[in-house]
Design a protein around this ligand. Structure first.
Ligand code: GLP
Length: 273
């Protein structure tokens, strides 16, 4: 796994990376490119830049299939804070992805377990996920896999922790009572099964979770550390999210920044052990 630190806008960096991946793959209807997609504040800029590339004519989603990572349980799809609404506003409403290629978990399904099993089957049928994008919770969660989740989990019904409910209450009039307490989420195992993973973390509220990557081994209490076991995983962070790195990682970052201050980004290898 690698940590990429940049002073660039994270959303622009990520969108340019995604564009390059999709365009290099030259996807077709027979062999589409499969994306795993996140929601959250961190990736709003990423979606803005993807929309811009589409508008400029340098990126098409016509042969892209996508699977969103999670959705709240019980919110109607047209609720302003549902992840269905978020995705429509931030991406699908303005790009050419075909409606039948858009997959978002239905948090109002009559049988939630069946919904999750069907989702895993649909990912498999699509040939697996080529590039899984994601954000990171303050407590290190990935998708809605809260601390303690097994790294082998697959799509399932999850309970949100008080910390996540509190963090997400900013989208619900700062009222924790309004935040759904359950969600459907891909599992950590679902994310790890992707061919490539690119997660983003910005701001000092994420610095503690980012720093945990440099503790020895993995830690189920910090789900983000699962990415250390993947052969092709990247966490892209800004300077604030990199502000609590341990001394040796910080020294390596400082040395790179001094040697090449104008670089677009600096790379730290994250040891798996
Ligand atoms: C929610 C989402 C996560 C996301 C996290 C971080 O909990 N389910 O997938 O990574 O928020 O969100 P933000 O980017 O707003 O900090």
């Amino acid at each position: 796994m690698r940590l990429i630190v940049t002073k660039m806008n994270l959303g622009l960096w990520a969108a340019a990376y995604i564009k390059e991946k999709i365009n290099t793959a030259v996807p077709t209807a027979e062999k589409p490119f499969v994306l795993g997609l996140p929601t959250g504040g961190t990736v709003v800029d990423m979606y803005a830049n993807l929309r811009m590339f589409h508008k400029q004519g340098t990126l098409s989603f016509k042969n892209v299939i996508s699977f969103n990572m999670d959705e709240y349980v019980g919110l109607p799809k047209d609720h302003p804070q549902s992840y269905h609404s978020y995705m429509h506003q931030n991406l699908f409403g303005e790009v050419d992805e075909l409606p039948q290629n858009i997959h978002i978990l239905n948090g109002q399904a009559a049988d939630l377990n069946q919904e999750c099993a069907d989702y895993e089957a649909a990912i498999e049928k699509a040939g697996g996920i080529d590039l899984f994008l994601g954000g990171v919770g303050r407590n290190g969660h990935i998708a809605f896999n809260e601390p303690g989740s097994s790294f082998s989990t697959r799509t399932r019904l999850v309970k949100l922790t008080p910390s996540t409910i509190e963090a997400n209450s900013r989208f619900f009039l700062n009222d924790t009572q309004r935040v759904p307490h359950e969600a459907l989420s891909v599992g950590i195992g679902t994310v790890l099964a992707a061919k490539e993973i690119l997660f983003l973390a910005s701001g000092d509220k994420k610095a503690e979770a980012v720093a945990h990557l440099f503790a020895p081994g993995t830690d189920a209490n910090w789900p983000i550390t699962a990415l250390k076991t993947h052969a092709h995983a990247t966490l892209l962070v800004d300077m604030e999210a990199a502000s609590q790195l341990p001394a040796s990682a910080k020294a390596s970052l400082d040395a790179q920044m001094q040697a090449n201050p104008a670089a677009e980004h600096w790379v730290l290898e994250v040891p798996e052990k």
